[in-house]
Design a protein around this ligand. Sequence first.
Ligand SMILES: *Cc1c(COP(=O)(O)O)cnc(C)c1O
Length: 324
Amino acid sequence: MLSKISFAHLPTPVENLTRLTQVLKGPHLLVKRDDQTGMAFGGNKTRKLEYLLADAQERGAETLITAGAVQSNHCRQTTAAANKAGFNSILVLVGERPAAPSGNLLLNQFLGAEIVWTGTEDRDLVLNQTYEKALNEGLKPYLIPYGGSNARGASAYAFAMQEMIDQDNNVDWVVFPSSSGGTQAGMVVGAEMFGYQGKVLGISIDEPSLVLKERVAALAEETAQFLGIDRSFTKDQILVNDSYLGGGYGIMGEPELEALQLFARYEGLFLDPVYTGRAAAGMIDLIRKGFFSAQERVLFWHTGGTPALFANAYESQLSLGWKD
Ligand SMILES: *Cc1c(COP(=O)(O)O)cnc(C)c1O
């Protein structure tokens, strides 16, 4: 057994999206609530961190170091998990320190993470420099990759697939946002391991489909190896749709805003502006185009991210004309 520190609330619920199914006149829609993993507002990184932190602990590490965007959910969940398990945390965040923190950044500040800003320098360069510095200072650092997406982190989503199958064994499609690829790689491996018969469709958040497919296939192969399974994966087996990149990473456009509104108004469910809003917008567009048949069952895997709803960047759009 792969060691883990258990802090996630599992299994996360699977719910029917009854009203959304009706209003979209599409396939039967379900949602898996990984926005409710239970750690500091939840999200998909919680599952990965259960395994990564166990490894950090076994190696005698004292400081977790990772990187992300200003509104990184991964960094928020890493800092929270670090606090609970008794590690210090250093976050490398891309860009310049804003005048006022909001959303995830405010939570990271409050959780007490040390924050290093990259400015104009390369993220991975600064991450490695930060790691070396911490090592030399005797802080016993443990490096968690971007998005927690290495074989160990991705393994969590292989096991999550089994969790889903145990809850509902008749899902035809799993649809979710895909970015650093760990979630999708894990799901793909889990589908093989546990005999999931449906399809795993990642909606790309910020990468051309070819890049993401290759990344996911490579990581799936590593993850399978890590779990002791003899399977290889090629990019042609990985389903990615990159038609919904919109205005780029973190930019909320009309499709994302509409998706957020539909989920909120018909299901009382909050999506996030960066990841699940974009993936849901893609799923809704595919439904309208008749991509899924009416008999199919489509599970939207909610990966979290909701604290970004409170980021200054989205305030004017989300307040729906309040100031007009
Ligand atoms: C990180 C993140 C994703 C993407 O997951 P990857 O494993 O990096 O592909 C999706 N949704 C949310 C809310 C995230 O924070």
